[in-house]
Design a binder for this molecule. Sequence first.
Ligand SMILES: O=C(O)c1ccc[n+]([C@@H]2O[C@H](COP(=O)([O-])O)[C@@H](O)[C@H]2O)c1
Ligand SMILES: Cc1cc2nc[nH]c2cc1C
Length: 354
Amino acid sequence: MALTTEARVPPVQTGLPFDDIRALMARMPGPSARAAEAVRAREGQLVKPAGALGRLEQLSEWLAAWQDRSPPTVARPLVAIFAGAHGVAARGVSAYPAEVTRQMLDAFGNGHAAINQICSAFDIGLKVYDLAADRPTPDITKDAAMGEAECAATMAYGMEAIHGGIDVLVVGEMGIGNTTVAATLACALYGGQPEEWVGRGTGVDDEGLARKADAVRAAIALHRDHLDDPLEALRRVGGREFAAIAGAILAARLERVPVVLDGYVATAAASVLHALDASALDHCVAGHLSAETAHVRLLKTLEMTPLLDLGLRLGEGSGGALAVSMLKAAVACHSGMATFAEAAVAGRDAAPEA
Ligand SMILES: O=C(O)c1ccc[n+]([C@@H]2O[C@H](COP(=O)([O-])O)[C@@H](O)[C@H]2O)c1
Ligand SMILES: Cc1cc2nc[nH]c2cc1C
């Protein structure tokens, strides 16, 4: 497993950065009908009852359509972990202290975390992005998390994740307090009550859960006149790992790299792009359903069906990395199976008429 650690404070640029992001969104390519058709044609000839590989067949077609390649590949998948720090963590919204974010960055580097083992098990690359994890963004109940230039520059920084010839990207994150930020962002983008978007995160008790809902309510109240624009919502009630994930997903679309979303936090970050353009996540699949209760609601809103449901609530890309094993299996079947003719197996046509 290759591990690269990127540690850098995103550079601050000037100009009209959100307009640059909107210009990139206007250039998003669509799926390749030609590659998808080639996959469908081959699937129909493989030695199995028609459609018997279910979702795996859909995944092969989806990968080919976005890679514009038949057969598709999952030869160089990468998990990108974006780590940020949040001022709102000081409000008692997490079961763990804020310094865990920095300590987990060290654990990722030392190969000690769950994600290191999962990436090793499935031969997935891992890159960790330290988004100033020692410098929390302001508490979103009191101020905007980021200025426009910082937010756009962090999105641009996240775009680096697709470099290096990868063929599938998993977006993951680390950041104590970020399930409260995810809940606030989801509430800002899609409305509803704070209670509908918060969950127990790392394992808060009932009082902690109530503090999370209060924090979401206070942040929405403070920023409510500025939440119609999803990018403005991202910079006000998001955080650096959310901006970087949104940037990485957009860059992946432009470079035809299919994306696997990890849990609630990564999905909330992706939602910013969906709120800007309902087709912006068509090259993404939900890797798993997190145990964070609001993930169901968010995935329904995005009309996504998760690949796995394992009761995970870890983050750090873990559910997305596990889902890569399904993508690998889909492509292995699609590319490696014989056709009925090659395997000398009788097809459906040879069945006796009733
Ligand atoms: O994304 C998820 O589904 C998810 C659910 C529960 C916890 N997490 C992880 O736990 C941290 C956030 O939890 P909390 O309680 O500090 O808000 C952060 O590092 C996330 O990676 C992530
Ligand atoms: C120990 C620990 C590891 C994590 N990995 C992702 N989020 C996390 C939160 C905690 C608390």
